[in-house]
Design a protein around this ligand. Structure first.
Ligand code: ADP
Length: 258
């Protein structure tokens, strides 16, 4: 499946935010969106999800304009993982994950045995079955984020759109999410993820799209696109990019302090 943004201008009736956006998302590939606060990451996500009408251009899924997709069918294909802290779900974890099956149910039907089984499998996949009977709002930020990912997986989508899935998480939970993203990619899921950490793009061996000055300024393989000069230009900081260790060729960012 292919999710394709073609020559699009994105934004609001009174404000163009991003111009000439062309981006292709493939299943089994992770694409990280980098850009400073206010650059237009959320605007891009809202547009891809079909919540914000385009000012110009097209976004298509499997060759068909996303506006022409039936919303239920679209939700089969594209799932959204918002920042967990914005969701006041007063339900058990199992019910929150089961809600992910909604797109697969007909209007008057309730979840059946198969839906419950899929919800169980998603909890297992994320190794959070032990949270099943807990109330969502009483979980830590990291636990909530894992549950929200499980809920999106229960949709059995082809694409997962993740809005800064590691923000507000401790170091350990950030790495758990990154490891999970890498496993999901191997399950033929296309992932679009906003992140504030260039290291996450390196860890995910992701493609990156760098949003800067109202456009996608650079895009391509993270190892080629994320350079010391690019990070200086977008974040106005000095960073050394090094190789992780003798055993690993993964790149890492080393901030240079004043
Ligand atoms: P990011 O997610 O990268 O922080 P956003 O996409 O939220 O950035 O915002 C990009 C720009 O669009 C900002 O200048 C912001 O003020 C503006 N913006 C966001 N929402 C609206 C809106 N509803 N109407 C007009 N401008 C908006």
């Amino acid at each position: 499946m292919l999710l394709k943004i073609h020559n699009a201008t994105l934004g609001y009736p009174q404000k163009e935010v991003l111009k000439n956006v062309s981006l292709e998302l493939h299943t089994d590939k992770t694409t990280c969106i980098l850009g400073k606060n206010g650059a237009g990451k959320t605007t891009l996500f809202k547009s891809v999800l079909g919540i914000l009408p385009l000012l110009k251009g097209t976004i298509s899924l499997d060759g068909k304009n996303i506006g022409e997709w039936n919303r239920r069918q679209f939700a089969h294909a594209v799932a959204y993982v918002p920042q967990a802290r914005s969701l006041p779900f007063p339900f058990t974890v199992f019910d929150v994950v089961l809600f992910g099956r909604t797109a697969h149910l007909s209007v008057f039907s309730s979840p059946g045995k198969k839906d419950r089984m899929i919800a169980e499998e998603c909890l297992e996949k994320l190794q959070i079955t032990y949270l099943k009977d807990r109330v969502f709002t009483q979980l830590s930020g990291g636990e909530q984020q894992m549950v929200i990912v499980a809920r999106a997986l229960a949709q059995q989508p082809s694409f997962l759109i993740m809005d800064e899935p590691t923000s507000s998480l401790d170091f350990g939970n950030q790495l758990k999410i990154i490891n999970q993203v890498n496993k999901l990619k191997n399950d033929s899921l296309g992932i679009l993820m906003a992140t504030h950490s260039p290291d996450h793009a390196f860890m995910c061996e992701a493609d990156v799209a760098v949003i800067h000055n109202g456009m996608i300024w650079k895009q391509g393989d993270s190892k080629e696109v994320i350079t010391e000069e690019v990070l200086k230009d977008i974040y106005d900081v000095n960073v050394k990019i090094c190789t992780a260790s003798a055993e690993s060729s993964r790149k890492i960012c080393l901030p240079v302090l004043d």
